[in-house]
Design a protein around this ligand. Structure first.
Ligand code: NAD
Length: 466
């Protein structure tokens, strides 16, 4: 199968999809044993090349091996293992009741594969965000083309090299490239498109999908607020917020984008965050082997621009050539400036203090629905109130990002932060069609539905629908 369309035209993309579709139609991918084999092969691909994967993650984003292992590799192992363990249950038809008028009959919901799926990945978790959607794509019995992000070229190259060595080449292909290649792929007719990235390209993806009435899952981003109440355990909160924000140098779609709290809490939290940052990355984070880099100089310059949007109270050092920005805390930020209008997606944490803490919900609800919402408090009623009145793709109380580890929780956005979800069975459902089936027998053909109609039939019908 083609693994590089970099010089290819729409015709090559069309041929690639046609080949995959022909294989899908052969029925091979619907076999549960085939799905299991592919999932095991995917796991093997990662485990046999773990060191190489950790190296390319380091090359692309200077990810520390431990961080790469936790957030990308072990994440995928858990994902695959959970899927292999649960697949038998997920593929089973689910019986439902058949009403009297249909008797004798059996009714059930039968998951069936969709066909050929396009998976477009993002650069910030270049391995996990490409392969984690592929797990349910395979589990549901589909073929797929995966398109890694060109902004993480080392990981993209390695996936393109290894995938054809481990997976069924008649069913899967990896296409590397950037806008031209993605555009050629998007011209094609898919049975589902799964896109992870920003909203601007999300609109392009959805527009292309609309031409073929193809369903989409859009995993987007946004500004995820982190509300810290006055009663929060600030020692714990500082550690967890710093971890959530500065892992992968802040380039995480569910990183807390900004802190929202009272002035008093901001005054107490700021020195704790400063201390935690020193503990985690030392006095000179640039020399820390555990601190990552910005994906490229363009994004580093974008982030550097935000430093003028408020008062830098920690960090603020930038080296564009090294794609480095120190873990940075900001206060007194201008709410109408870039740092509070755009998703930060980097190592800058604005701490926004409100004169009136009761306005937090209004603050959040006046903005786009976020991908994640964090609340730090000891007060369950306060957390419940915020969670019930503020919509978000995902939410976590007294921590950041940890919900990602629960395989049974769906992961996805709402409103501007995306549509559709995956992880665990939710992913299996996304890449399956749930077909409604009724099986009838040839006996007891009650005549009340057939013309000629009569009062007797009407009476009987009324009786049955009571
Ligand atoms: P990106 O630049 O890697 O783009 C994503 C994909 O879109 C790439 O594969 C790229 O080749 C393709 N692409 C880029 N321009 C295109 C075009 N004009 N036409 C067609 N395809 C094109 O990623 P990004 O957008 O910089 O990612 C950052 C954003 O993604 C942030 O907003 C972040 O929050 C979000 N994100 C969301 C999730 C999630 O799971 N919800 C995960 C990671 C990132």
């Amino acid at each position: 199968m083609l693994s590089d369309l970099s010089t290819a035209s729409d015709r090559d993309a069309a041929a690639l999809v046609a080949g995959l579709r022909a294989y899908f139609r052969s029925g091979s991918t619907a076999e549960v044993s085939w799905r299991r084999k592919q999932l095991s092969q995917l796991r093997k691909m990662i485990s046999e090349n773990e060191e190489r994967f950790l190296q390319v993650l380091h090359a692309d984003l200077r990810k520390a091996p431990q961080e790469g292992y936790l957030t990308e590799i072990s994440f995928l192992y858990n994902d695959i293992d959970h899927t292999l363990k649960s697949l038998k249950k997920w593929v089973r038809p689910r019986k439902v009741n058949s009403p009297m008028l249909t008797q004798p009959a059996k009714s059930y919901v039968q998951p069936e594969p969709l066909g050929v799926v396009l998976v477009i990945g993002a650069w910030n978790y270049p391995l996990q965000l490409l392969l984690s959607p592929l797990v349910p794509v395979i589990a549901a019995g589909n073929c797929a083309v995966v398109k890694p992000s060109e902004l993480s070229p080392a990981t993209s190259r390695l996936i393109a090299e290894l995938l054809p060595r481990y997976l069924d080449n008649d069913a899967f292909a990896c296409v590397e490239g950037s806008v031209a290649e993605t555009t050629a792929l998007l011209e094609q007719r898919w049975d589902h498109i799964m896109y992870t990235g920003g909203g601007r390209v999300g609109k392009i993806v959805m527009g292309a999908a609309a031409k073929h009435l193809t369903p989409v899952t859009l995993e987007l981003g946004g500004k995820s607020p982190c509300i810290v109440a006055d009663d929060a355990d600030l020692e714990v909160a500082a550690r967890r917020i710093a971890w959530g924000k500065f892992t992968n140098a802040g380039q995480t779609c569910i990183a807390p984008d900004y802190v929202l709290c009272s002035k008093d809490t901001a005054n107490r939290l700021t020195p704790l965050l400063q201390r935690v940052l020193r503990e985690m990355f030392g006095e000179h984070p640039r020399e820390s082997p555990d601190y990552g880099r910005i994906v490229n100089s363009q994004h580093t310059l974008r982030l550097a621009d935000y430093l003028g949007d408020g008062e830098v109270v920690a960090g603020g050092e930038v080296d564009v050539d090294d794609c480095y920005m120190a873990p940075t805390l900001m206060r007194n930020v201008n709410l109408s400036a870039g740092v509070m209008q755009d998703e930060v997606f980097g190592p800058i944490l604005p701490i926004v203090d409100l004169d009136d803490f009761s306005k937090v919900e209004e603050f959040v609800n006046n903005r786009e629905k976020p991908l994640a919402l964090y609340v730090f408090t000891r007060d369950d009623a306060l957390a419940n109130g915020i969670l019930s009145r503020c919509s978000s793709g995902n939410a976590c109380v007294n921590d950041c990002m940890m919900f990602m580890l629960a395989q049974d929780l769906p992961f996805g956005g709402v409103g501007a932060s995306g549509m559709g979800a995956y992880h665990g069975e939710h992913g299996f459902r996304t890449f399956s069609h749930y077909k409604a089936v009724m099986r009838r027998r040839n006996i007891l053909d009650i005549d009340i539905r057939y013309a000629p109609y009569s009062n007797r039939k009407m009476k009987f019908l009324r009786m049955l629908s009571k």
